[in-house]
Design a protein around this ligand. Structure first.
Ligand code: FAD
Length: 423
C-alpha cells in the first residue's frame, strides 16, 4: 500500500510552490501553503470511511494521520462488536447511525469478503431487580427499529448457553463481530483506488481562519516528539482545504480548540474512560457461542463476553476514568494503554455473576482502549456530536466529537451522513 509520508507531502507542495491566491497574516507569511479539496484529519475507521465516501462523490481527498499507518487509535482497541442499536435514546444520532451503520457494514463486509459473523447477543439479567431494565432495553431497541429482539426466560437462555447463569435474557440476533483491521484495510484500498491520498507521520497541530477559509497547520510527527506541548507550535506547512473533517478521535476537541477563529464555546469538554480487556487462557472450546452482555453500567456497557473471529474469548472493557494529557501527546496517541494484572481481581466477581464456573487464575491481561467521552462520571450519556457551519459558523469545517461506541458500527453511516449533508 502506498504510504504518503509527510516529507513527500511537503516536497510535492514545494514543487507546486506556495499558493498565491491567498493572503496570509504576517505570522504565517513564509510558510509554504497549498490549496486542497478535502482534508480528513484522522485515519481511524471513521476518518477512513468518510474519506471513501467523499472520494466516491468525486472529491479529491487527503487523509492526514499522525501515526505511521491507519487505525492505530481507538479503532484497534475495541470489542469489534457490530451493535444492533438497542441502548441509545430514540432518534439520537447514536440510535439512527448505529442501525443504519450496522446495515451498511454487514452489506459491505459480505460484498468485500471482510471476515465477520452475525453471532447474536444475549443481554442478561442476573437478578430479579434487573428485569425492569431489561424490559426498558427491549422497548428502546424496538423504538430504534432493531429487528428480531426476543425476551427469553432464564432456562431458555441457559439451554442455549449451558455455561450461562441468568434469570432472564434479551436475545439480539442482529448483533455480530467484525475483523476491524480487514475492514479498515479494505476501506483504505478502495479510497486509494478512488485517488484519495493518505499522509502518515503527519500531524495537524492547529489552524486559523482567514475569511471563509480554514488554514490547517501541519507538522511532521517526529518533529513533535520532543515537544513538551508548550505554545506556540510552529507549522512546517499550511493547507487550505475547501472541506475539513476533524475525525481525530480522542484528540478532536483538543485540536478544535487550536483552530483560531472557531468559537471555543461550541467545543465540548472531553472526558476519557479507559477500558481494559482480559482474555481467557487455556481454553480450546469457548464457553459461549453468543456475545454475552450484562445490564449496562455508568460509562460503559458492562464487562461483557466477546469472541473474536479466531474464537478467542475476551472479557471487558471495564470503566476507569482517567485525566487528559497535553495536546501534543494526545495528537501522537501517547495515552496510557497499559493493563495492570491487578485489575483482574475486579473482573472475577463481575463475570461470575453470569459465568459462575469461571476458574481462578484463568484471566490474562489483554489490551486497553480509551473512550472519547463527552460526559463525566455519573453524568447522563451524551450523543455523538457532528458539527457543521450551522453550529460553529466556520464554512467547510466538520467536527466529530464523542465518537465512542457504537462508532465502529456507525462508521459507514457517519460517512454517508457527512457526504450527504456537508458537500
Ligand atoms: C474500549 C472500547 C470498546 C469499543 N467497542 C466498540 C464496539 O464493540 N463496537 C462499536 O461499534 N464501537 C466500539 N467502540 C467505539 C469505536 O472503537 C470508536 O467509536 C471508533 O473506533 C472511533 O474511530 P475514530 O476514527 O473516530 O477514532 P480513532 O480510531 O481514534 O482515530 C483517530 C485518528 O486520528 C489520529 N489523530 C489524532 N490527532 C491527530 C492530529 N492532530 N493530526 C493527525 N492525526 C491525528 C490518530 O492517530 C488516530 O489514528 C469501542 C471503543 C472503546 C474505547
Amino acid at each position: 500500500m502506498l504510504k504518503f509520508t509527510f516529507r513527500r507531502l511537503r516536497n510535492s507542495i514545494r514543487i507546486i510552490g506556495p499558493s498565491k491566491n491567498f493572503s496570509s497574516t504576517t505570522q504565517y507569511e513564509r510558510i509554504p501553503k497549498e490549496t486542497v479539496d478535502c482534508v480528513v484529519i484522522g485515519a481511524g475507521v471513521v476518518g477512513i470511511a468518510v474519506a471513501r465516501a467523499l472520494a466516491l462523490k468525486g472529491r479529491q481527498v487527503l487523509v492526514i494521520d499522525s501515526a505511521s499507518t491507519f487505525g492505530t487509535g481507538t479503532s484497534s482497541r475495541n470489542s469489534e462488536v457490530i451493535h444492533a442499536g438497542i441502548y441509545y435514546p430514540p432518534n439520537s444520532l447514536k440510535a439512527v447511525l448505529c442501525v443504519r451503520g450496522r446495515e451498511l457494514l454487514y452489506r459491505y463486509c459480505s460484498e468485500h469478503e471482510i471476515p465477520h459473523k452475525q453471532i447474536g447477543k444475549l443481554i442478561v439479567a442476573t437478578g430479579y431487580s434487573e428485569i425492569s431494565k431489561l424490559n426498558d432495553l427491549m422497548n428502546r431497541g424496538n423504538q430504534n427499529g432493531v429487528g428480531g429482539l426476543r425476551m427469553m426466560e432464564g432456562y431458555e437462555a441457559m439451554r442455549m448457553e449451558p455455561e450461562l447463569q441468568c434469570v432472564k435474557a434479551l436475545l439480539s440476533p442482529s448483533s455480530g463481530i467484525v475483523d476491524t483491521h480487514s475492514l479498515m484495510l479494505s476501506l483504505v484500498g478502495e479510497a486509494e483506488n478512488l485517488r484519495a491520498t493518505f499522509s502518515y507521520n503527519t500531524t495537524v497541530i492547529g489552524g486559523h481562519r482567514e475569511g471563509n477559509h480554514i488554514y490547517l497547520h501541519i507538522s511532521e510527527s517526529k518533529d513533535l516528539d520532543n515537544c513538551n506541548g508548550e505554545f506556540p507550535l510552529h507549522p512546517e506547512l499550511i493547507l487550505i482545504p475547501k472541506l475539513v473533517v476533524n475525525s481525530a478521535g480522542l484528540s478532536a476537541p483538543a485540536l478544535a480548540k487550536r483552530f483560531n477563529g472557531l468559537n471555543s464555546g461550541v467545543i465540548p469538554v472531553a472526558y476519557y474512560a479507559r477500558g481494559c480487556y482480559f482474555t481467557l487462557s487455556n481454553t480450546k472450546i469457548p464457553p459461549f457461542r453468543h456475545l454475552i452482555y450484562p445490564i449496562p453500567e455508568d460509562g460503559g456497557l458492562g464487562v461483557h463476553v466477546t469472541l473474536d473471529l479466531n474464537s478467542q474469548v475476551k472479557f471487558g472493557p471495564d470503566v476507569e476514568w482517567i485525566a487528559g494529557i497535553d495536546d501534543v501527546s494526545s495528537f501522537l496517541n501517547k495515552f496510557d494503554y497499559s493493563v495492570s494484572a491487578n485489575r483482574a481481581e475486579r473482573f472475577y466477581p463481575e463475570i461470575r455473576k453470569y459465568y459462575p464456573h469461571l476458574k481462578d487464575e484463568s484471566l490474562e491481561s489483554g489490551y486497553a482502549g480509551i473512550r472519547p467521552k463527552l460526559c463525566g462520571p455519573g453524568q447522563s450519556p451524551i450523543d455523538f456530536v457532528i458539527q457543521g457551519e450551522d453550529i460553529h459558523g466556520v464554512p467547510g469545517l466538520v467536527n466529530l466529537f464523542g465518537i465512542e461506541s457504537p462508532g465502529l458500527t456507525s462508521s459507514m453511516a457517519i460517512a454517508e451522513y457527512i457526504a450527504t449533508r456537508f458537500l
